[in-house]
Design a protein around this ligand. Structure first.
Ligand SMILES: Nc1nc2c(ncn2[C@@H]2O[C@H](COP(=O)(O)OP(=O)(O)OP(=O)(O)O)[C@@H](O)[C@H]2O)c(=O)[nH]1
Ligand SMILES: [Mg+2]
Length: 292
């Protein structure tokens, strides 16, 4: 029996590369169309430039505002500005603190010196003393690398009357939340961290929650690189640190609007436990819109 010929078998099929090239061409067309439109709508162009000067991704901003040309909104600068802010507001994801469950191990990972240990001190104090529900908490040191890491946690533990446990001790007594400090992990440390996670999963019924600390001063490429490095751990949320050190939040915002991961907390200084904010869109967007 002869095989039936598929109707397209004679035609050249598009390769993956062809499709990719087409997609890039279409994106370019959209980009130049947006630029064309902006040339003829000075107010929209002004607002686009305002946000580009603030550091927002240029083609993202152009493509967002160009479709408003010819609409009733094109003559009102304030409305155009709030249109962009609303879009940013919709894209930023925030984690709801109220939803956090008890019996949980919170691990903070991130680059060296980003503020991980300080965050643990602040969070442990918050959960033990400052929330309506008072949690039983303990700190755990898993930073075996850094000289002084143990002493740093001992200081927090002593000052805030919070127990500091060795890893094996977390099997002995139950807490609502354990806060585990890690080293600014490079490759090998990441493996050790995965073993720790497997250990907790096998021998306890704590739920594990991993937060990636990101500095507001980091550049886009660093943010992407650090996120890639830790993504295999399963990052539940981001914590932003060092918001007090920069007024330029453009890279962090460009990064956050591409990511679906929510932000949980914001660190705004070196004081423990005071300099910690629950993440909010208003806070981030207000900081972003602040004039220098
Ligand atoms: N300005 C500012 N400084 C901060 C903030 N958070 C932490 N720091 C400071 O940054 C330095 C490093 O903080 P740590 O909490 O030790 O950072 P780490 O990520 O644990 O550092 P390693 O354990 O060495 O990787 C300290 O001097 C902190 O006081 C912040 O939000 N703003
Ligand atoms: Mg540390």
């Amino acid at each position: 029996m002869s095989k039936k010929k598929s109707p397209n078998s004679e035609e050249k099929l598009l390769t993956v590369e062809d499709v990719r090239a087409l997609r890039e061409e279409i994106a370019l067309m959209h980009g130049s169309l947006a630029k064309d439109v902006l040339e003829h709508t000075p107010l929209i162009k002004k607002v686009v430039n305002k946000f580009i000067e603030k550091g927002l991704n240029a083609s993202w901003t152009e493509k967002l505002l160009a479709p408003l040309a010819g609409s009733a909104l094109e003559d009102d600068e304030l409305i155009l500005i709030s249109y962009v802010l609303e879009e940013l507001d919709a894209l930023l994801k925030i984690e709801d603190e109220e939803k956090k469950v008890s019996k949980c191990v919170r691990i903070i990972v991130g680059s060296t010196g980003i503020g991980k240990s300080s965050l643990l001190g602040k969070l442990a104090a918050r959960y033990k003393y400052f929330l309506p529900k008072k949690h039983s908490v303990a700190l755990v040191n898993f930073d075996q690398e850094k000289v002084g890491a143990q002493e740093q946690l001992e200081n927090y533990a002593e000052a805030m009357e919070i127990p500091l446990l060795a890893i094996l001790e977390l099997l002995e007594e139950e807490y609502d939340i354990l806060f585990i400090d890690t080293a600014g992990s490079e490759g090998e440390d990441l493996e050790a961290l995965k073993e720790l996670i497997a250990f907790i999963e096998s021998y306890t019924d704590y739920k594990i929650e991993i937060s990636l600390a990101l500095s507001a001063t980091a550049k886009m490429r660093d943010l992407e690189k650090i996120h890639r490095r830790f993504s295999s751990l399963g990052i539940k949320n981001f914590i932003l640190t060092k918001l007090d050190e920069t007024t330029d939040l453009s890279d962090i915002i460009n990064f956050l609007i591409k990511e679906k991961t929510p932000i949980s907390y914001i660190s705004t200084g070196t004081n423990i436990p005071e300099d910690l904010e629950v993440a909010s869109k208003e806070y981030i967007l207000n900081q972003f819109m602040k004039e220098d």
